[in-house]
Design a protein around this ligand. Structure first.
Ligand SMILES: [Cu+2]
Length: 113
């Protein structure tokens, strides 16, 4: 088995990088929290610092959602279900609108300063 610099088997690392719920961030890391409840992102608008990680947690009873930064050029992420999270790191300043893939009326914005 191939082992890379950080001591994680390459196949495991590839799986970690491919995971839709851990995009660009460590889920165990401190993060700014956004809840998804009743088809809304709460809070809908947040301001964070460069380098911050944001975690969206699905608090619905049974509805899946996604967090899609389509205008930033992100590919459409997979949907995530109640109790699951989506994590994204913000490493550039700017205002980044996003929406839910299956529910385009659900929108939010992350401002990074
Ligand atoms: Cu949705």
């Amino acid at each position: 088995m191939q082992i890379n610099k950080v001591g994680i088997p390459s196949i495991l690392l590839a799986l970690m990088l491919a995971s839709p719920v851990v995009f660009g961030g460590d889920p165990a890391e401190p993060a700014i929290e956004v809840e998804i409840f009743k088809f809304q992102f709460v809070p809908q608008e947040i301001t964070v610092n460069i380098g911050d990680t944001v975690r969206w947690t699905n608090k619905e009873k049974r509805q899946y959602h996604s967090v899609w930064f389509e205008q930033s050029g992100d590919p459409e992420p997979e949907y995530f279900f109640p109790g699951e999270s989506y994590v994204r790191l913000f490493d550039k300043a700017g205002s980044f609108p996003y929406h839910c893939g299956p529910h385009p009326k659900m929108t939010g914005t992350v401002h990074v300063k």
